[in-house]
Design a protein around this ligand. Structure first.
Ligand code: GUN
Length: 303
């Protein structure tokens, strides 16, 4: 399968929207086959409080879960929910055989201990891949649940590049959700991996040596085209809302207009990494369901 769609001045666009639709269609076909055996994968999403951005994410997750034929269980708790009440809900979901995946939407209100909540999730149901057991399994090359955004990135890279052995990969950003698991996945693909961050010296120079550049800084258009090696593959994880000329719009961590003239291939924002993240959440839920039923895992949907 190739991801290249519309040719741009030099680089090709990596069409995350189209690719995610293909992935979701494959998932829906698996789910339908499971249905014939009386099995329905189920995803529970827990939202604490009323953060508008989180509400949008949670609504989208619910919609796409149902569209794929899975069961969606949505739990909305008030912003002043106690740690005890949240932990009791996690225990109930852990014990519920209809629930194969559990996602607690982050960030949680500041009075709640996110680490304790994530650690309380059954690692087999940890479709976010945030539990330390899954993080450790990924780092040691064992079968793990892998965080959705990096999983989506590696799926796009595999489809775009095939064998990545020996390529220089630079990951800009060291978060637990994206940067660190992304680096582990690239290492598994036999890339030579560097993780850069806000204290990195000569960042421009480092980026210019990257055959694969992953931008996950959360800083709008931080990486200009002249930091990019000609022909490099650029994955822009950033989703930043900015106001420009009085209009609100989404931009990535890469300055797309200058980068697209240098890169070999690049993900746009929106329409690149974003749609793949929810597709991978569904993929992880399906994988968790198959594992719990002792059935073979779907091919091409795991790390
Ligand atoms: N908030 C923003 N992104 C994510 C994510 O991938 N998982 C969870 N649980 N919360 C998020």
């Amino acid at each position: 399968m190739t991801l290249s769609t519309a040719p741009s001045p030099t680089g090709t666009l990596i069409d995350g929207k189209g690719f995610s639709a293909e992935v979701r269609a494959r998932i829906a076909a698996h789910v339908s086959a499971l249905g014939a055996r009386g099995i329905t994968p189920g995803l529970a999403v827990v939202l604490v409080g009323q953060d508008p951005a989180s509400q949008v994410y949670v609504r989208n997750k619910g919609l796409q879960t149902r569209e794929a034929g899975m069961a969606s269980f949505e739990h909305t708790l008030s912003a002043d929910t106690t740690q005890g009440a949240l932990m009791a809900l996690i225990a109930r979901l852990n014990a519920d055989p209809a629930v194969h995946g559990i996602l607690v939407q982050l960030p949680l209100p500041s009075h709640l201990d996110s680490d304790a909540v994530i650690t309380a999730i059954d690692p087999a149901k940890d479709v976010d891949g945030f539990h330390i057991l899954n993080v450790g399994r990924l780092a040691t090359g064992q079968k793990a649940m892998v965080a959705c955004t990096p999983l989506g990135c590696i799926m796009m890279l595999r489809a775009q590049l095939g064998d990545m052995s020996g390529l220089n990969a630079v990951v800009v950003g060291r978060s637990n959700i994206v940067g660190k698991p992304m680096a582990q996945l690239l290492l598994r693909e036999n890339c030579t991996v560097t993780i850069a961050h806000s204290r990195t010296r000569d960042l421009a120079d480092l980026c210019r040596r990257a055959d694969i550049l992953i931008a996950a800084t959360g800083r709008p258009r931080m990486i200009p085209g002249d930091w990019i090696k000609p022909g490099a593959t650029v994955i822009d994880v950033g989703i930043n809302r900015i106001t420009e000329n009085g209009r609100s719009r989404l931009v990535g961590d890469v300055d797309f207009d200058s980068a697209v003239t240098v890169a070999g291939a690049i993900t746009p924002v929106p329409g690149g990494v974003g749609p793949m993240t929810i597709a991978c959440l569904l993929a992880n839920t399906l994988t968790a369901c198959c594992r719990s039923a002792g059935l073979p895992e779907p091919e091409g949907l795991t790390a």
